[in-house]
Ligand binder design. Structure first.
Ligand SMILES: Cc1cc2nc3c(=O)[nH]c(=O)nc-3n(C[C@H](O)[C@H](O)[C@H](O)COP(=O)(O)OP(=O)(O)OC[C@H]3O[C@@H](n4cnc5c(N)ncnc54)[C@H](O)[C@@H]3O)c2cc1C
Length: 449
C-alpha cells in the first residue's frame, strides 16, 4: 500500500480500494488524464472533499478557470473510503479542550464554524443535491471506563449551556436498555443530530457539482514535478503540465514524501482500518440492542468506531498498521474483529465481507490548519488545508470553501485553525517511532481503570 512517509510518487490511476462503498456497484468517476501543456487561473491538487469543494467555489462564485489534478480518481483517498460519520467537529479537540486552550469566546467561534460545516452537509443531503444514503441521526460517544463519566457530565453541561447543543447523558443501564447493548460501554453522550452517509457517493456528488460549475478535473494525473518561476507555478504530470499563479494543495493524509516545503514534516499520516460484516440477522441485531442506525465512537486513546449500515451490516473501525507495507496483514483485521466481539459477544464467529484502510492526516497540535504562503515569499500563490486528524468529512467542505475565498483575497474568519501554518513535528524523520511509542502508551492508558 502507498505510504506517504516513504513514497514520493502517489501512484497513477489505481482502482478504488475494495471497500464496501466501492463495491456497492454505484457509478464510478472516470476523469481523463491531462495530456497537454495548459494554463489555468488556479490549480487544485487532490480531488477529495477539500479539493473538489475549493474547485467548485472558485468556478461558481469567482468565475475562475480551475484545473483539478488527481493522482487516481475523485474520492480515491480518504474521502471515498471513510466511515461516513457526519460530525460537528474536526481534529481531536472537543469543545472542552478548545475552551481550555483558547478561552470560551474563541472556542465558541471555532464551534460555530464546525457547526456550519456540519449543516452544509446535512442540508445537501436533505435537499437531495447529492444522494448519499443519509441515515437517521444519533451519535453515541461511549465511555469505555467509568472515569470518563464525570467528563461526559462536564461536556454535556458546557455544550448545552454555551454551545447551543442538546446532548443527552445516558447511564450504562439507560444506554443498554433503550439504545445499544455494547458490553464495553459504561455510559454515553448522545448527540441527536449527527448521522452516517455513504462517503464515496458524497465525493462523487461533489465531483459532479464542481464539474457543473465549470472546473476541469483530470484523473490519473499525479503531480510529480513542481517548478516556480517569476510567480508562476508549473505542475508536471506524467503526460502534461499546467501553469498557474495560484495552487491549492488538497492532498492531506495522502501528501507524498517531500512533496512541498510548506508541508514537509508537518503531517503524520496514520492508518485507520475498517471491517464490514455480512448483514446481521434479526436475532443478532436484537442481541446487540440495535434499534436505529447509530453512529458510535469510544473514548479510548486508540479509538474504535462503528455503525450499522443501511443493509444491516456492521461497519467497525479503528487503528491500523503503522507502516503502509503492513496494511493487509491479517492481524489488524483480527484485532478489530476481536474488539467488535468484546462489545457484541453475540457476533462471535461472524464473517467479514470487506476490509480496507486509509491514511488520516494527524497534526502535532490536534487541529486542522489552513494556510496561505505570504505574498512576498518564494511560495506566493500556494495554500493548503490539512490535518483534520481523522475527522474531516463535514469540515473539509467548508475548508475547501475557505481555501477558495482566501485565494481570491477575501477575508475568512479569524480562528486559530486559519491563523497559523501546521506546526512542524520535532524530529520529523522519527515520526513513526513517536507513533509506535504513542500506541504503547495508548494501549496501557486504555486498560487503566
Ligand atoms: C478509514 C477512515 C475512516 C474515516 N472516517 C471518518 C468519519 O467517519 N468521519 C469523518 O469526519 N472523517 C473520517 N475520516 C477522515 C476523512 O475521510 C478525511 O478527513 C477527509 O476525507 C479528507 O478529505 P481531503 O479531501 O482533505 O483528503 P483526501 O480525500 O485524502 O484527498 C486527497 C487526494 O489527493 C490525491 N493526491 C495525493 N497526492 C497527489 C499528487 N501528488 N497529485 C495529485 N493528487 C494527489 C490523493 O489521491 C487523494 O485522492 C476517515 C478516514 C479514514 C482513512
Amino acid at each position: 500500500m502507498y505510504d506517504p512517509l516513504r513514497d514520493k510518487n502517489p501512484g497513477c490511476n489505481a482502482p478504488y480500494p475494495a471497500s464496501y462503498w466501492a463495491e456497492l456497484g454505484q457509478d464510478r468517476a472516470s476523469c481523463p488524464a491531462l495530456q497537454q501543456n495548459c494554463t489555468a487561473d488556479v490549480v487544485v491538487i487532490g480531488a477529495g472533499y477539500t479539493g473538489l469543494n475549493a474547485a467548485r467555489v472558485l468556478a461558481e462564485r469567482f468565475s475562475q478557470q480551475v484545473v483539478v489534478l488527481e493522482a487516481h480518481q475523485p474520492g480515491w483517498g480518504c474521502s471515498g473510503r471513510n466511515a461516513g460519520f457526519v460530525l460537528k467537529g474536526t481534529g481531536r479537540l472537543g469543545a472542552v479542550q478548545l475552551t481550555e486552550r483558547f478561552g470560551l469566546e474563541t472556542a465558541q467561534a471555532c464551534y460555530r464554524e464546525y457547526r456550519q460545516a456540519f449543516e452544509q452537509v446535512a442540508t445537501l443531503c436533505q435537499q437531495g443535491a447529492i444522494d448519499c444514503q443519509a441515515q437517521s441521526p444519533g451519535y453515541y460517544k461511549l465511555a469505555h471506563q467509568p472515569r470518563f463519566l464525570p467528563l461526559f457530565e462536564q461536556q454535556q453541561q458546557l455544550l448545552n449551556q454555551y454551545f447551543g447543543e442538546q446532548l443527552q447523558y445516558l447511564s450504562q443501564a439507560e444506554l443498554q436498555q433503550a439504545h445499544l447493548a455494547d458490553q464495553q460501554a459504561c455510559g454515553a453522550l448522545l448527540d441527536p443530530d449527527c448521522f452516517g452517509l455513504n462517503p464515496l457517493q458524497l465525493a462523487l456528488g461533489y465531483s459532479r457539482l464542481a464539474e457543473q460549475a465549470g472546473a476541469t478535473i483530470y484523473g490519473g494525473s499525479p503531480v510529480l514535478g513542481w517548478q516556480t518561476l517569476q510567480g508562476l507555478h508549473r505542475l508536471q504530470t506524467p503526460e502534461g503540465s499546467v501553469t498557474a499563479k495560484k495552487v491549492l494543495i488538497a492532498t492531506n493524509g495522502y501528501t507524498p514524501k517531500d512533496f512541498h516545503p510548506l508541508l514537509n514534516g508537518r503531517i503524520l499520516p496514520v492508518q485507520s482500518s475498517i471491517i464490514v460484516t455480512r448483514p446481521l440477522t434479526a436475532a443478532e441485531r436484537n442481541a446487540c440492542g440495535f434499534r436505529d442506525q447509530p453512529i458510535v465512537m469510544d473514548t479510548r486513546a486508540l479509538k474504535y468506531y462503528y455503525r450499522l449500515l443501511p443493509d444491516g451490516r456492521l461497519l467497525f473501525g479503528g487503528r491500523g498498521a503503522i507502516q503502509g507495507r503492513d496494511a493487509d496483514k491479517p492481524r489488524y483485521q483480527q484485532a478489530l474483529l476481536a474488539a467488535m466481539c468484546r462489545s457484541f459477544p453475540a457476533l462471535n464467529g461472524i464473517g467479514i465481507d470487506h476490509q480496507w484502510s486509509g491514511w488520516v492526516a494527524v497534526s502535532l497540535d490536534d487541529m486542522p490548519h489552513l494556510y496561505q504562503a505570504p505574498k512576498d515569499s518564494c511560495y506566493a500563490g500556494v495554500s493548503y488545508a490539512a490535518g483534520y486528524c481523522g475527522s474531516g468529512l463535514s469540515f473539509s467542505a467548508l475548508a475547501g470553501q475557505r481555501l477558495a475565498e482566501q485565494a481570491m483575497g477575501q477575508s475568512i474568519p479569524n480562528l486559530p485553525c486559519y491563523q497559523r501554518p501546521l506546526p512542524a513535528f520535532p524530529f520529523a524523520p522519527w515520526r513513526r517511532l513517536g507513533q509506535w511509542l504513542y500506541y504503547q502508551w495508548g494501549r496501557w492508558q486504555d486498560q487503566r481503570p
